[in-house]
Design a binder for this molecule. Structure first.
Ligand SMILES: NC(=O)c1ccc[n+]([C@@H]2O[C@H](COP(=O)([O-])OP(=O)(O)OC[C@H]3O[C@@H](n4cnc5c(N)ncnc54)[C@H](OP(=O)(O)O)[C@@H]3O)[C@@H](O)[C@H]2O)c1
Length: 327
């Protein structure tokens, strides 16, 4: 496992970290025993950074992480998120009173006095035009409730605006072989300001593992069933916003680029790590085997230039017209 500096925090985090959405819910039935084994495997593989949110199973993901942390002495940094428990996404909803309630619950779920990193959880775009909201986060830091804060965004423009606030330490954004626009301008700006970048949905919800087919079926409570077209939340969070059949064809084209013996999930993650502006990818893992597979990406050799160009070509011809300007 390799480690990269996370913004100006002083932390060095595993470049393959752990995304803890699926172990909370919205991905079909998950078994806490499997989730615990997945978390333990991550730590075994050298993961020291976990991304979660209060809404992932309404505390279930945070509580599983707290239980795992109790069994380990080494430093494990936990980034959580706040804001999605609001019944409606409005700027006014991100009030000191509401945030205090959300943070107190996360502190309790994570069994800690101070949250390592709190991210605003994809607030409305207008939130980034309200400096008082970031002033409020500064006060949570001063009060010792949170150590650092960052944002999780849907759009590149939100990311660019967020890093105008000097104490934003990290930006979480979708970045993968099917979502390349963040690399155009945002990465350079974030690097200039030493802001950490967490690449989320790195496997395009499992699509970039190469295991899905036209016959794959998803449970009613799996967002890959109920959010295909953005029915419950932003469509970009499911399969990275790419039409399922288009994505399957692009995956077949990528399959032809895999170096001998390299599984597609590892290839897709190594592709992300080719961008030095990225601090870490945070693949979701439901089982120990998935986590071991994903973590192995950290130690793969760099991908050749020709392979990087070929992935870009697949994106430009098949994916870009459908998604590039949307996020
Ligand atoms: N708004 C936000 O802030 C936001 C939104 C989305 C995600 N996130 C964060 O980003 C993290 C990652 O994104 P994500 O979980 O949505 O998507 P992802 O990492 O692209 O895909 C994860 C899913 O792919 C499958 N998978 C993972 N590794 C695999 C492997 N090696 N082989 C085969 N299948 C594998 C698993 O599902 P199956 O086994 O069921 O196929 C897993 O749940 C989340 O966990 C969360 O922490 C944040």
């Amino acid at each position: 496992m390799n480690y990269r500096a996370l913004g100006r925090t002083g932390w060095k985090v595993s470049d393959i970290s752990f995304g803890a959405w699926a172990i909370g819910g919205a991905w079909g039935t998950v078994d806490d025993g499997d989730s615990t084994a997945a978390l333990e495997k991550a730590i075994d593989c050298g993961v020291n950074f976990i991304d979660t949110a209060d809404v992932y199973g309404m505390g279930r993901s945070e509580r599983l992480i707290a239980e795992m942390k109790r069994r380990h002495k080494e430093e494990i940094i936990v980034a959580t998120k706040a804001g999605r428990r609001l019944p409606r996404q409005t700027v006014e909803g991100y009030s000191e009173k509401n945030l205090t309630t959300f943070l107190e619950d996360s502190l309790r779920n994570l069994s800690t006095d101070c949250l390592d990193l709190v991210q605003l959880h994809c607030p409305p775009t207008d939130a980034y035009y309200h400096p008082e909201l970031f002033g409020m986060l500064d006060r949570f830091v001063e009060a010792g409730k949170i150590r650092y804060y960052g944002v999780s965004v849907e759009r590149v423009e939100e990311a660019l605006k967020a890093i105008e606030y000097p104490n934003v330490q990290s930006v979480q954004i979708i970045f993968n072989c099917f979502r390349m626009r963040p690399a155009d301008l945002f990465f350079e700006q974030a690097q200039k300001k030493q802001v950490g970048i967490l690449a989320r949905v790195p496997l395009a919800s499992g699509m970039l593992t190469g295991k899905l087919t036209r016959d794959s079926r998803f449970a009613a409570d799996d967002h890959r069933n109920f959010n295909r077209h953005g029915e419950a939340f932003d469509a970009g969070e499911t399969f990275s916003g790419v039409d399922y059949d288009v994505a399957l064809d692009a995956v077949e084209a990528i399959r032809g680029l895999l170096p001998a013996g390299v599984p597609m999930a590892q290839f897709a993650l190594r592709w992300i790590l080719m961008f030095p502006a990225v601090t870490c990818a945070i693949p979701g893992g439901k089982t120990a085997a998935q986590v071991a597979d994903n973590c192995a990406a950290s130690d793969l050799p760099p991908l050749p230039d020709g392979t990087m160009r070929a992935v870009r070509e697949i994106y430009d011809t098949r994916i870009r017209p459908l998604v590039h300007q949307r996020w």
